[in-house]
Structure formats: structure tokens, C-alpha cells
Design a protein around this ligand. Sequence first.
Ligand code: BGC
Length: 925
Amino acid sequence: MSHYMLDWNQYRALARTAIAEGAVLLRNEHDTLPIKAGSTVSVFGRNQFAYYKSGTGSGGMVNVTHVTTPLDALQRCDEIRLNGELLQVYEAWLEENPFDKGTGWAGEPWSQKEMPVSDEIVLQAAAKSDLALIMIGRTAGEDRDNSADPGSYLLTDTERDMLHKVCRAFEKTVVVLNVGNIIDMQWVSEFHPSAVLYAWQGGMEGGEGLVDVLTGKVAPSGKLADTIAQSIDDYPSTANFGYEDKAIYQEDIYVGYRYFETFAKDKVLYPFGFGLSYTTFQTEVAQASESDGLIEISFKVTNIGSVPGKEVVQIYVEKPQGLLGNPARSLIAFAKTSTIEAGESEVLTYSIPVGDLACYDDGGVTGNKSCYVLESGTYRIYAGTDVRSATPCFEYQVDALRVISRLSENMAPVTAFTRMKPVSSETGYTVTYEEVPLRTVNSEARRLAERPENREYTGDKGYTLADVYHQKVSLDAFLDQLTDDDLACMVRGEGMNSPKVTPGTAGAFGGVSDRLNAFGIPAACCSDGPSGIRMDCGTTAFSMPNGTLLACTFNLALMEDLYEMTGMELRKNRIDTLLGPGMNIHRNPLNGRNFEYFSEDPLLTGKMAAAQLKGMHRVGVTGTLKHFCANNQEFHRHDLNSIVSERALREIYLKGFEIAVKEAGAYAIMTTYGAVNGVWTAGLYDQNTRILRDEWGFQGVVMTDWWAKINDEGGAPSRNNTAAMIRAQNDLYMVVEQPDANPMDDNTSSSLADGSLTRGELLRCAANVCRFIMRSPVMERALGVKERSVEVVGLDEVNDEELDFDMPYQPIVDGGQISLENIDTSTGSSHVFAVALEEPGKYEVTITARSSAGELAQMPVTLLQNNVPSTIFTFNGTDGQWVSLTREVFFFNKHAYLKLFFGLSGLEIRDITFKQLQPFHMKDA
Ligand code: BGC
């Protein structure tokens, strides 16, 4: 019997709601939007055809059955007519100017060449339509930051010209931005479009949700998750962004609106939290009080407009400056109403622990070093629908300094630098800089003193992991049976495309060798994330709206429901944890991965991530919070050292993770590629043990990012220093090809031998891995418990070929061959098989085939590697003779699902041969 029902229609409907609720309406003069029924609309911009469903890199590689573009959705919409002539002009131009995919990883252009529009085209369009929609698109992503140039953060000249001409000719103009994160907006005051809507990247259903907003089916309720300033140079982090070796976080806690509201209000074009609706709300404080350390506030939100809508009421605090100095506003709570009908009201209530108003004293200026404190003074609480317009609603008085929690110094910087601090002036606050408190503890001595007990190897006592699961034996007793080599293997994840788990996924961990399997440890599976499931062998999945869009919904209940669907989809695909949510802070608008992340604000980030986890936890799977922490730039990400104060770490960069761990019980987390204050995070004991586990109570597994580097403090980072990783309690090195062969020459065993790593430390990581496995679906399968199966309903499209999870990988020795006799080669058919090469690298692949067709016949055979086209063998007629065609193909992984796609029937295929030309190993990369 099926325990879970994954209703694709419900999934789609939830995503569509999120897309509509995440769209942020920045401007709507003369009620331009919604588009009135019966209107004729001229759509400008090539992006109407090639909508960006997400950004690029691992977070964007979800295979989909379709993407609903804005144009698709508009065409399906009966109430409006499109200007067909203009459409044809675009179609003709696109024939000549096809979509430029770029080449390879991080090689996609940030935008596409735009079609120049003449005055004539624009005037003709204006004469026959009521409104112009202008679509502008941008992408960026992993390993590829945005740049402050035209085509990325700025508009190109062609786009500017299009805006200029269209806004001059049409009375009603709506600019729709299909972008991963905010872009420059100065053009609004130059060209005065009558409406501007941030649609972000909405995933495969993006067009549907967008058109719901455009046509007024849904009134917009999205709010900016980031501040839009006049210029990129106005963001204080810009000066320290984009360097190769280090990023100095001089702006400290003054990130986003924390900076602008304190020091540079006049630089803001659109404040954090801002977004218009088609209706108007009135909010009044119904009640505000404090008792027993809880501030209770309730608001009555009344829809005084004429259409139904939702509103977000945000609560901010203005803390006293005290000795520490503070931003003028910090978000402390938010809530969204349900749909309120015109004339109706809803009451929102908030309970805010006064401890949430505290600041972290990293230098001890208040006399309480490493404590969260409430300095004395008045804490003014503001409420409103954006940070700027929020008005005072309560005051909380602290008469004498109060310590909220007494922690310890961790992750403190060792490099001297100065940080921002406000100083009061007649006009408000001005920026001064103070020296950042540096590290005062000997972290290494402290780590050594805190090492776990060192237990001995007991030999095989016949216990299996199932015995631990059934509480017949302790986890310690079970693990004591494993040799040092077994344990060293257990901290190596296998991937990508491990044959032990779901094809095409990023990694396997736990039971990654026969010996470990013999102890009953199965291999758990993880897969990217965050915006849908990535399976590189071509399995299709639901592609979700991006992180920024989801944050702009400010709707936690919706997030839970939506990610419950993803949870079921994970289960269905036998994946135990998604590699997401991505929850780094939008420190600077140029970070390429902002699209995966939520916001410049840590509370919004943490709450969103917690909601996604809660949704997945409903069905017994989880997500992997990433990247822990301060992954705020893609350029040189493997080697970048982020130099940050402990206060900024605590209050900004760690805060979201803390919320997700404490509120949602996260049990998987991924560290970053780079370093924080000189230590690469995979080996950062203070972060992965002292803060995450000892302070926050995390009980799960910590994994590295894929092929991350690790160092001993002061030492150079390398990909084989797993000893430093294990000592820090980062439990898994992700990923290697064959874990029991130690292909990266990691130093786990040699460090055990020289005493710099203890068996106790290794056991501690292995225990974390086992605990993860025992609470995951993979254990149910290993135990033979009938898996909580997932029944999928409502999926009307053919989901490609359903992949056979258990397809055997055919081992190929160098020069080896696979027979392909009798496979179907008719037009449009394909043949899928899985190979296990001896090692990754460059190969000569030869296909032998024959055909009785004439010699000019062309019969293309495309070889797809994990569903990505690799090469094409075009056979001509062979007069019945066997003919061999050879191509060079690069195999990044030794395990691959291969597909041959036959473009035209008429071939008889005999076999395919693989001959190695050059090996490739990640450790040498
Ligand atoms: C990314 C991670 C991702 C991993 C596996 C890395 O390149 O930084 O976010 O989860 O690859 O695909």
C-alpha cells in the first residue's frame, strides 16, 4: 500500500502560487496592472521565448519535461490578445539569432543578445495595442558571478533603446524582470515605464504564476528580500568584492538595509520589504505588551481596496546604540495574512522573545565578552510593510545591561582590519571604523583538550547496523568492530554518479564499500538542490522557483507545503537528502549564486530554510543546509579567505543556519569551498563542532562541498587533508570515485599512524554518518521494511523513459566493447545503458553500424552522457558494409548512463567500443 501521494497537480498549483506570491511589484502608475480583460498586448524582448527557469551550475541543472514561458502562458490566456505581427517579427529575428547557450560549465552568457527595435516597429505596435510588456532576462550562477556591466547587472544599450522607444510610444508599459537577483534599476527614472515587476526565476511553471499576476488573477503580495540601491557602488561590500585571495567584511553587520537605513537612506531606490499590491491595506496595532520576556503584538490588517489580496507585516527593532553600536533597523519578525477580501480584516499576532533583540559582544566592550547582551536603553519596535515606512508601535525598556546567553569565542579573525560602526551626528549616523577584536584563544590547544575518547578496535562481533537500529547494541559497540581502514572509507562519499545510489545524483555516503555493506550499512543518497532535484542521467524532476523568489513570498506555510512535495519527490527517487536549501546571505548583488539563496537578511533566510526543512521532514527526508558559512562570492571560491568579525558571523552569516538547526532540527549541512578567517571551513573545528554541535545541538552529518580543500591553520589547503576535516567533525569528504581505494591519497590513515588524528575522532564522524542513515529512507530499504512508497498522480506528461534505478553498470576494460545488436534504431528512438569505465578521462568511442540506404542518406546517432549530448556519429548509407565511426568523448565520472538517440531510421548497430586516451583524476585537477 502506498503511504504517500505525490499529486503533481497540487505540486504545480503550489509552485504557481509561490511564483505569483514571490513576484514583487515595484511600480504601478495609473493602474497599469492588472492587464484589463480584452486588452491587446505587444510583448517586447526575446526573453518572452527563452525564459530563465533558474540560474546556472549545480543549482540549475534540473531536467524538466517543459518550461512554461511567459509567452506560452500569455497565449493560453483567453482574456487578452497578443500582437501577432510583433510576435512574428521576433520569431523571424530569432531564426537568425538563436539562443546562445555558451559553452560548458559556467560558460553561459549572463544574457542574450536583444533584438533592436526600430521606431517604426514600436509605433506600429503602439497603434494596435493597449499595453506593452517588456521582458528582460538575466542569469548567473555557480562559478560565475554577475558583473557590474551591461548585459549583467546593467542593461545593454539595445535594452535601453528598447525601453526608451517603447516607453515613449506606449501609454502603458510593464517591465518584467526574469532575473536571479536584483539588478540596477536607475533606468526606471530615465524611461518611466508605468509598471515594473520583478518576476525572478520561477522554475518550470514560471510563466503561469507570472501571468496570474499580470492578469490580476492574483494580486501581488511579494516583498523585496533585498534593498535596491541606486548604484552597485552604494553597497558597502562592493569595495571588497571580487578579489582572488580575500574578502574583507568591513561593512560588518551593516549588510543590506542594516547599512542603508543607518547610513545612507537617500541611496535607496526600493527599500527592503517593499512591494505593491492591486489593493490597499490598512494596518493598526490591536495590542502590544510585554510580559515574562515575550513581546506580544497584534495587528489588524484591513483590506480597504477593491480586490482580494495578502499583506506582509514586518516587525523591526531599533536598538539603542550602546557601546556596541547597532543598525537603525533589524527585522525581528514577519507574518503574512491569508487572502483578505475587500472590506475584510485579519489579525496577525507576534510573540517575540526579548532575547531576540540582543547583540553579540565579540570584544567584551560591555564587560561580557562572547555573550549575547541587551544593552540598557530603549528598544523601539516598528511595524510596517517595508523597512522604510514601518512606524513605531511599542517600546521596550532595558534599565541595566542584561546577558541573554553566555557563549565562547569561536572563529574569531586573526588578521587585523577595521569595521564599520555608527556614530551619531546631527543628521543621523555617520560611518566610523573601529578595530575588529581579534582572536584571544588558542583554538588548537582547546581542540586538543576536547578530543573524544579513543576506543579500541574490538574485531568483528557479528553486529550489524540493524542491531543498533533495533537497540540491541549500542552504536559505539557496533562501530568498534570496524577497522581503521573501514572508518577511513566511511568518511569518503562516492560520486558523482555513484552506481550505489540513484543514477545521476551527486553522491552516496555511508555504505560505500563491500565491507561496510557487509556490516549492514547501506549507501545514502544526496542530490542537488536547491530548486528541484538534479539527476544528470536525464531523469526529469520538478523545477522550483529560485531562492530569491521564494524569500519574497514571505510565506512560511506555503514553503512548508511546497517542500513537502519535494520531499515526496525525493522519496520517490530514493534520495535521502536534497543538497539545499542554499542559505548564504546576499552580501552583494553581484554574487552569482544569489539566485539560490534567499535574502540579505538572516532572519528571513533562516525562517525560509526552516520551513523548507519542516516540509521535507513531514515525509521523512531532509535537506542539506549549504554553504556553511560565508560563501558570498563565486570568483576564486576554492581559495577565497573571508575575513569577518565574530559579531558579523554570529548576527549575520551564521544566524540563518542557527535558526534552521534550532527550529527545524536540521540534520545535514554542507561546508563551503573557501576559508573563514584563515581556516577552510571543512576543517573549521570552531564552526563544525563548537558552534554547530555543542552550542546549537546539531546531531546530524556535515559534508564538504564537492572536492573541497582543507587546511591546518596556517597551512596551504589541499584536497587530501581529510585528517583536518575529521578533527573538525566535518564527517564526509565529498566526493571520490572509489572510496575503498583511497583514490585521492587522503591522509586519514597516515595521520592515524603518526598520531595527529585519533581513532576516537574518526569514530565520532562515522557515528554521525550512521545516525543520519538510521533516520533516513535508505535504512528502511536496507531493513527490508516495505518502503513507504510514493504514488504519483496527476502527471499527464510522459516523464521521458522512466529510468531503471537498478540498471547494471557494464564494466568496460580499456578497449572493451558492448554489443548493441538488435536494438531499436527507428527514428526518434533511443537506447539507454550504463557503463563503468576503469577510470574517468578522455576516450575514443567507436560505433560500428551498417545500412543499406543510399550513400547520401544521413543517419545521425547522438551519444548523450547523463542526458547531456556529448557527440554525434553521422552515418551515411554503407551499402550493407560494417563501418566504424570514432569520436573523442570526455568522461568526468567513470560511471555513466549513456543514451544513443537515433535521428533517422535505417541503421543496424553492432557495437560500441571505448578506448582510453588520457586519464583524468579530480585530485590532479
Ligand atoms: C556546489 C554545491 C553542490 C555540489 C554537488 C558544488 O559544485 O558548490 O552546492 O551541491 O557541487 O553538485
